[in-house]
Design a protein around this ligand. Structure first.
Ligand SMILES: Nc1ncnc2c1ncn2[C@@H]1O[C@H](COP(=O)(O)OP(=O)(O)O)[C@@H](O)[C@H]1O
Ligand SMILES: [Mg+2]
Length: 374
């Protein structure tokens, strides 16, 4: 039997644990053509949730597209990818896609690239002048509403890693998006992001374009009892014999982050594939293996940090989650508040440290924390 614990990619069907409440909440919101901002730290499962939602919506007759800002370094790329996604889902067939682009979207043209297996890849290319990008983007953003009317189907647009929108020089893009989507009556939108504070500012700040445009839904970890049942049932199907607390320990050491939990479980499954036995020590061994597997990356990451940043991380690795500006923390680790501030900003930007509620900070990657603590 193949290792059922998948980490780092998308999980569907039997490999996707729980999230029933979230799926049905989001489906309801989308039936009402709402706009929802989905937020959580990285690796909690936003992308997996959205892809599973998309699958369900498609089965229910919605047209849906998914666009990942992470994969679109500039606004031109974003425009191209948005157009490609929408044209594909609306037109379906290659010939129709190719014809639709110039007809409906001036400034863009279809591009066909042959694959080695004889098939052809379709994409959309931006050919207008740079300064027309807002105009072209607006056309593209209008497309789902119009297509929805023409096709008599409801439409859902999902934009992942939306908190990175500032990389396109921020507020003008937000305004352009709002100006179009606020009038859409047949399209639901989900804007998903890993930077909670960025999304909150967008939606809660009166001066910003997305002010009160939709509700913020915070994605929390998968319920423990359900995640435990999921892991236990897979080990049972593989005929593994686990000692009593193993699965609890996996969740605890993985800090309830699905990625961590899947990776630890994957490792235990692998190591015990002969003996079919795992105890509490197996959890520590699995974590040690993972930290070793990542050590090259962590070394490179560490090399890129300043001395002050490293000092802060060493303290945080021990106290995580820590109230880093507290007297207790600064004195214990002999750090000046001013240097902590500067380091934190850099570390947050690099995605190494993230702010929790109540002024606490924690590592984004638990295995990196353990690597430092070691
Ligand atoms: N519902 C789930 N069931 C099982 N594993 C999950 C689930 N959601 C996420 N994961 C695991 O966590 C990993 C990271 O999830 P992902 O959706 O990429 O997180 P995010 O988008 O929040 O960064 C996935 O590769 C998968 O291994
Ligand atoms: Mg994601």
């Amino acid at each position: 039997m193949q290792n059922p614990f998948i980490y780092g990619g998308l999980v569907f069907g039997d490999h996707f644990a729980d999230r029933q409440t979230e799926l049905s909440d989001l489906a309801t919101e989308m039936s009402n053509m709402s706009k929802v901002f989905l937020v959580s730290p990285r690796r909690i499962g936003k992308t997996c949730l959205l892809k599973n939602l998309q699958k369900n919506l498609r089965e229910d007759g919605f047209l849906t597209v998914y666009i990942d800002l992470y994969k679109a370094p500039t606004l031109r790329h974003f425009t191209e990818q948005y157009a490609k996604a929408v044209v594909e889902v609306v037109e379906g067939k290659l010939e129709r896609m190719v014809k639709a682009v110039p007809r409906i979207l001036p400034g863009l043209r279809p591009k066909l690239d042959p694959n080695p297996d004889g098939t052809v890849s379709f994409s959309v290319e931006y050919i207008a002048r740079e300064k027309e990008v807002f105009q072209i983007l607006t056309e593209v953003l209008e497309y789902p509403e119009r297509a929805s009317i023409r096709k008599k189907k409801r439409f859902v647009v999902i934009i992942d890693e939306f908190s990175d929108i500032a990389k396109y020089d921020g507020t003008d893009v937000e305004k352009a998006i709002r100006a179009v989507v606020q009038f859409h009556q047949r399209v639901g939108y989900i804007f998903s992001g890993s930077k909670r504070s960025v999304i909150r500012d967008m939606v809660k700040d009166k001066r910003r374009a997305f002010y009160r445009m939709g509700r913020i839904m915070e994605l929390t970890p998968i319920r423990r009892d359900l995640f435990i049942a999921f892991i236990e049932s897979w080990f049972a199907r593989g005929e593994y014999d686990l000692s009593e607390n193993v699965v609890d320990l996996i969740l605890e050491k993985g800090r309830d982050i699905p990625y961590n939990i899947q990776r630890i479980a994957h490792n235990i499954w692998e190591k015990a594939s002969e003996s079919k036995k795992a105890g509490n020590a197996s959890v520590d061994k699995a974590i040690e293996t993972i930290v070793n597997q990542e050590s090259m990356n962590y070394e490179a990451l560490w090399d890129g940090l300043s001395q002050k940043q490293r000092e802060l991380l060493i303290g945080l690795a021990e106290d995580d989650p820590a109230t880093v500006f507290s007297k207790d923390f600064t004195e214990r680790w002999r750090l000046a508040v001013s240097s902590i501030q500067a380091s934190l900003r850099a570390l947050e930007n690099k995605g190494i440290v993230e702010k929790e509620k109540q002024g606490k900070y924690r590592f984004d990657d638990e295995f990196f924390r353990l690597w430092i603590a070691r």
